[in-house]
Design a protein around this ligand. Sequence first.
Ligand code: SF4
Ligand code: SF4
Length: 421
Amino acid sequence: MIKRSFLGFVTPKLKHNIVPGPVQELPVPSKVTLLLKEPQNGGNASSLKAGDTVRTGQRLFASPDSAEYVISSVTGTISDVAPYMDSYGRKYAAVTIETGGQDDWEDEFNKEPSLDTALKFFEYAPGNPSFRPFADPEKTIRTIVINGMDQDLLITANQYVVQNEAADIKEGVKALEKITGADRIVITVPENLVQQANTTGAELKTLSTTYPDSLPHMIMKNMLGQVVSAGDTPEDTGVVFINAEAASAIGAAFETGRLRVTKIVTVVGKDGNTTNIRTRIGTPLRDILQACNVSINERDRLILGGPMRGTATYSEDLAIGPDTDGIVVQDEANSSQVTDYPCINCGECVRICPVKIPVNMLVRFLEARLYEDAASMYDMECCIECGLCSYACISRIPIFQYIKLGKYELSLTETAEAANE
Ligand code: SF4
Ligand code: SF4
């Protein structure tokens, strides 16, 4: 539940919803769309073509020599392979598969827990874990944190998993030990899930339910006593974060011999009520909203993710990915629209920022697209992407979106400069 303070001087406390509702299982949709990253080395976006038949659990590659793949969540026939660009300009092939009848499972999954297996089969698992840091010779990963608390308000997908799939997480912990050789596996949960988390075999840490304490940088500082330097990631400090849903999916895969191809999503309707559903990865938003009786009118806001950190999107034809924990629909009348009003220097963003960034100054440089100055003078890269500044901004400046764009643009510049050296 979001609690907004009515006293202007008091920092509002935002609390997570810690009681996950039951999960409604959706039937197999008539089609799914999976986004396949374009190979980094260029070349064909995809060697897949309309008319190809695919099986459930089959790996679909961008090109024969690419490391990028998706896992087909259904059995059926590819009906379209179209270029797709996300809001940052990253390119994908959108692979649409018309489903047909029963699942015919691909049996390529190798049941031996190893890093090679994880890289081959789990990079598209629900929860979207990445094992690439373990294969990076420049990184030494000693600790895995299984995050059993969702990273945005109102979303309860991972809490549902801890509450109901602790046995699968336990198998996941055993598999992660073999796959990665990590010395330490920690699970973080709110107080009400301690009993279930205690059965997983991971070291237990109890999180406060105050937002944004479940974000990785905050867990690093508050639970592990490690501060991530500006511009670094937890992996640079030797820690990898994996969502509880991913740990459960990995455990279940080794238990059953089949990859999990479904995703739990919390749907937040216009009235703020939430419904948890489980559906195939790649299900169109339209099917999910219909199943939850949520209708959309023109100018309503549709958000992929949660209310604080999610990304507004434009079409119900888009599909959920392995990292989609939430879908939020806001009525036009009740959603605060962003504006191009100027900053009035009220300081609310500075007071609410958990890492004390001078956001009022930062936003001026971001609006002028001076990203290098924003990073070097106003700590842009210290931002932990909680979205609290946008929430507090009286001028409704989309600060959080500016910061994410600024970081992305700066990373492109740095990559290009490194390539030219
Ligand atoms: S999103 Fe805003 S409030 Fe949150 S850490 Fe970044 S600058 Fe601070
Ligand atoms: S909250 Fe908005 S208006 Fe106030 S100082 Fe920050 S950016 Fe400016």
